[in-house]
Design a binder for this molecule. Structure first.
Ligand SMILES: O=P(O)(O)OC[C@H]1O[C@](O)(CO)[C@@H](O)[C@@H]1O
Length: 357
């Protein structure tokens, strides 16, 4: 096992600097805000019935999920995340469509884009380039160009999530979020002093959890109304960063079905490491009680139960405080095993196989 206090070694294994990118989320989110603020957009005359976000993968679709949760009680049209090749029948001239692909080349998103074109919907795109940029230019679709990374959209939430938020406010659909975003940028600066590479294991909960979960299957439980997508993000990051299959579910839903499975044979259930997402301010008394019972019941059954708590002065900060912790945990977990977190070999293999005739 790698000593996570050996900073030089940790950075060496993280050969594409995902930890550094994460430590610099404050700068990335600030840049995302500036880029989005400078994006000129005409307010359309449409009366939108729904917001449909076309996009997939650890960055684009998760950004859409986080947006849906964050705006749960503010945005008065439904947010639909469309990850597939096709778009549903209700997409029409009353739909607001965001096409999100950091690479600009994801085939499902491009296929859905083509289908929407003929439906008269109001379309906007966010990308770092690729075919999506070209298609937007051909079809005079407003397109916000954001910085390139090294081809790993999951690392650039600041260039994806923040612009969607700013554009929705420019379109008059939500209030201005600049203050909350500034507070989030400050929070990232604070939290990197807690989770960053230079902070030793003894004081670093992210490193501790990453080490503790070695040998277990990660399971993340979030909750409605704000922590469903945070759990989804962390589960996805276990896949892409940690090269670990992981699972997630949402309270209270899971108490009506999955929970019956807690009676599974002991040798199986003891393989799970539960990360339970908690928020002492935003969780309602009912949700809090459900989480208390969940922790109590599962501590006696699962391998380990770790409760992690949101922090920060507003909902955006509180949600992203757990996204941030999750990003660090899922980066330290593979490094502890000596595995480089950034490459996504299976995704690339899949894309190659899909391209074969
Ligand atoms: O369309 P985008 O934003 O380039 O993202 C899709 C890709 O990003 C990833 O998250 C890779 O980091 C993959 O899931 C997916 O192949």
């Amino acid at each position: 096992m790698i000593d996570l206090n050996d900073v030089k070694k940790v950075r060496q294994i993280d050969s594409m600097s995902s930890l550094l990118t994460t430590e610099r989320y404050d700068m990335q989110f600030e840049e995302g805000l500036k880029i989005a603020e400078n994006f000129k957009i005409e307010k359309p005359m449409h009366n939108f019935h729904e917001l449909v976000i076309l996009g997939t993968g650890g960055g684009s679709s998760v950004a859409a999920g986080l947006l849906r949760s964050y705006l749960f009680d503010e945005l008065d049209i439904p947010v639909i995340i469309n990850q597939g090749y096709n778009v549903p029948a209700y997409v029409d001239e009353n739909s607001l469509i965001f096409v999100i692909s950091h690479s600009g080349n994801t085939e499902e998103t491009l296929s859905a884009f083509e289908q929407v074109k003929s439906k008269g919907a109001y379309m906007l795109a966010i990308t770092a380039g690729g075919l999506l940029q070209d298609k937007c230019a051909e079809n005079q679709i407003p397109c916000l160009i954001v910085p390139q990374d090294i081809g790993h959209p999951r690392r650039v939430l600041g260039y994806i999530f923040i612009p969607i938020l700013v554009i929705l406010s420019k379109l008059g659909l939500i209030s201005d979020k600049t203050h909350e975003i500034q507070q989030l940028i400050n929070l990232f600066s604070e939290l990197k002093q807690k989770y960053g590479v230079d902070v030793p294991v003894e004081d670093n909960p992210a490193k501790q959890i990453a080490m503790e979960l070695y040998g277990y299957i990660p399971l993340v439980y979030g909750s409605l109304d704000y922590y469903d997508s945070v759990a989804w993000r962390i589960k996805n990051q276990f896949g892409e960063n940690s090269k670990l299959m992981a699972f997630y579910n949402v309270i209270p839903n899971l108490h009506h079905d999955e929970a019956v499975g807690w009676d599974m044979p002991e040798d199986l259930i003891s393989k799970f490491y539960l990360i339970l997402l908690r928020d002492d301010e935003l969780d309602s008394p009912k949700i809090k009680k459900r989480k208390d019972i969940t922790a109590e019941m599962l501590s006696a059954r699962m391998g380990k139960v770790r409760q992690v708590y949101a922090e920060g002065p507003n909902r955006l900060c509180r949600m992203f405080s757990l996204v941030y912790l999750g990003d660090f945990i899922t980066l330290y977990a593979p490094i502890y095993r000596g595995v480089d977190p950034t490459p996504v070999n299976i995704i690339n293999l899949f894309k190659t196989k899909m391209a074969e005739s």
